[in-house]
Design a protein around this ligand. Structure first.
Ligand code: BDR
Ligand code: CA
Length: 311
């Protein structure tokens, strides 16, 4: 039986690959995409999400726009990583499918309330604003969520947008705090795991031999996306963060991690958005998340190619 998921996202090339991977995978039943402001502003993320659905041949999938800014702060975006469009690196047609008129937060709340308890998993690929807002407005949904699997945070790798913080958590630490304190079953794919799966030229070249428009598009996005990280880290390739969330749901054996306590720093100007992860279990704070740390990178990239080539 396939698992019902809602993907909350701010596409972003790596978000886009994650969406394609989900839509190509029979293990997952995507109920809808909820867009949030993050890598680029909301108007752009909700535009990009629809382009990606159409690329996957899924113009039928409902796409919702959600929060256009973090819960308690101004928006920080990442055009310096993703380009002005958020999806630089491949040219896609203007989306024809509609954006739903319902607000993403209302969709999340209504869908969870109407479905059997614990039958829906939330996949978060961007700042946690939509999910944090939904939990604040409707605390009763917490016990209805099967699991939240999210890309965000870091412990050993510390930060990518500041020395102390990963982008998704940094953008909306108040929303992240709500999620991490919610008591919901959490799986976290931090930079510690995503930085262990770097794209390789050979993988991109292989995508281009698949005779698939979706694979060619992923290759174009990856070419663009890589340049930022290769310049920054001096590495050969770049981490493809967000597909780790979807890969975890399809093939959890590719990952290992620890059940630990993770708290979010919301106060300090210096370290705001830091995920204070008790990896060594030096406190008696109770575990609230499975914090992933290792990944079988070869298996991960093979999975993406095999699945996306089916679209
Ligand atoms: C995260 O930030 C965004 O730039 C990516 O899409 C990913 O979700 C990585 O820090
Ligand atoms: Ca993202």
């Amino acid at each position: 039986m396939s698992r019902n998921i809602i993907i909350d996202t701010d596409p972003g090339q790596d978000d886009a690959v994650a969406i394609l991977l989900a839509l190509a995978s029979p293990e997952l039943n995507v109920l809808g995409l909820t867009c949030v402001a993050g890598n680029v502003p909301l108007a752009r993320t909700s535009h990009n999400a629809r382009q990606v659905c159409e690329l996957a041949g899924r113009a039928d999938l409902p796409v919702y726009a959600g929060c256009d800014r973090p819960m308690g702060r101004g928006l920080v975006t990442a055009e310096h990583v993703h380009g002005d469009s958020g999806l630089d690196g491949a040219v896609l047609p203007e989306p024809q499918m509609p954006l739903q008129s319902q607000h993403a937060v209302d969709f999340i709340v209504e869908t969870l309330r109407q479905a059997p308890a614990k039958s829906i998993t939330l996949c978060s690929l961007g700042p946690l604003t939509n999910i944090g807002t939904a939990l604040q407005q409707a605390p009763d949904i917490a016990e209805r969520i099967a699991q939240i699997v999210l890309m965000g945070g870091a412990y050993f790798e510390v930060g990518n947008i500041t020395p102390a913080a990963e982008f998704n958590i940094f953008v909306d630490p108040e929303a992240a705090e709500i999620v991490f304190k919610s008591g919901i079953d959490l799986v976290v794919a931090p930079l510690d795991v995503t930085h262990k799966a770097l794209t390789r030229k050979a993988w991109i070249a292989d995508l281009r031999t698949q005779n698939s428009r979706a694979c060619d598009t992923v290759a174009g996005w990856t070419d663009f996306f890589e340049r930022f990280d290769t310049e920054k880290y001096g590495s050969e390739g770049a981490p493809l963060h967000d597909p780790c969330v979807i890969a975890y749901l399809i093939a959890p054996h590719l990952f290992t991690g620890r059940h630990i306590n993770v708290e979010i720093e919301t106060q300090s100007e210096l370290t705001r958005g830091m995920t204070v992860a008790d990896w060594w279990r030096v406190t008696d704070r109770p575990a609230n998340a499975l914090f992933l740390c290792d990944i079988n990178a070869v298996g991960f990239f093979n999975l993406i190619t095999q699945r996306v080539a089916r679209l």
